[in-house]
Design a protein around this ligand. Structure first.
Ligand SMILES: [Zn+2]
Length: 235
């Protein structure tokens, strides 16, 4: 039997392994969300691209499948997840509940410097919705606002859950060429009104405005999904 390694050594080995694991997962998340839903993922190709052996790639893919980003099919092959309409409805409802909770609690604690920061991000997100020249530009302004709102609320579990949701949403909307959702945005209270609701300190107003904003996004995601499905059926 081999002598047991000193605990300090074991610990440092474990830490290094978990840092590497987190890095591989992070890189794979970004890679996967840039691909089309249903695209095949080859462990060999991924390990060559990342310059690491196949075992950590496989472990990271299992982690991503727990997060819903990839799916292992019957033959053991891994694919980028394909979402259903029911997934979109469930994801959106979860987001509505969590983000409204975050906004309600932020309304009680927000500081003047945090408010100024959110106002700036809201302005950029509202502007991007009208003027962004690319999907990436719009996404990044939109995500920056919502991510910061949730972070400032200070519930780390809500932050983490919503971050995962954001990645799943991206899987659905990235392939869409027509990314502007102008038809649905007519009734959108917009980001500026969300910040005003938070600044008012009234949790009920926050709840109502955040729900209205994300409900519109939900409707857009459902319409997007149905358009993509129709296009695929016609091929
Ligand atoms: Zn938004």
């Amino acid at each position: 039997m081999l002598p047991a390694a000193p605990i300090s050594k074991l610990k440092s080995h474990r830490t290094k392994t978990s840092i590497l694991f987190r890095e591989v997962c992070e890189r794979l998340r970004h890679h996967v969300t840039s691909l089309e839903p249903g695209a095949k993922l080859s462990e060999i190709t991924l390990s060559e691209q990342l310059g690491i052996s196949r075992t950590p790639v496989r472990e990271a893919l299992i982690q991503l499948s727990n997060e819903g980003l990839v799916q292992f099919r019957g033959n053991g092959r891994c694919h980028v997840a394909t979402l259903t309409k029911q997934d979109i409805i469930e994801m959106s409802d979860v987001r509505i509940g969590l983000e409204a909770t975050a906004a309600r609690s932020l309304a009680q604690t927000i500081q003047p410097d945090q408010l100024a920061e959110l106002q700036k991000l809201a302005l950029a997100a509202d502007r991007a919705e009208r003027q962004a020249r690319s999907r990436a530009e719009w996404d990044s302004a939109e995500e920056a606002f919502h991510q910061r709102l949730v972070e400032l609320a200070g519930n780390s579990r809500i932050t983490e859950l919503l971050q995962r949701q954001g990645l799943l949403e991206r899987l659905l909307t990235l392939p869409l060429a027509n990314w502007r959702h102008s038809a649905e945005t007519k009734n959108d209270p917009g980001h500026k009104l969300i910040v005003e609701a938070i600044a008012s300190g009234d949790p009920e107003t926050c709840d109502r405005v955040v729900r209205a904003h994300i409900e519109i996004r939900k409707q857009w995601l459902i319409n997007t999904f149905e358009q993509m499905k129709r296009a695929a059926d016609q091929q």
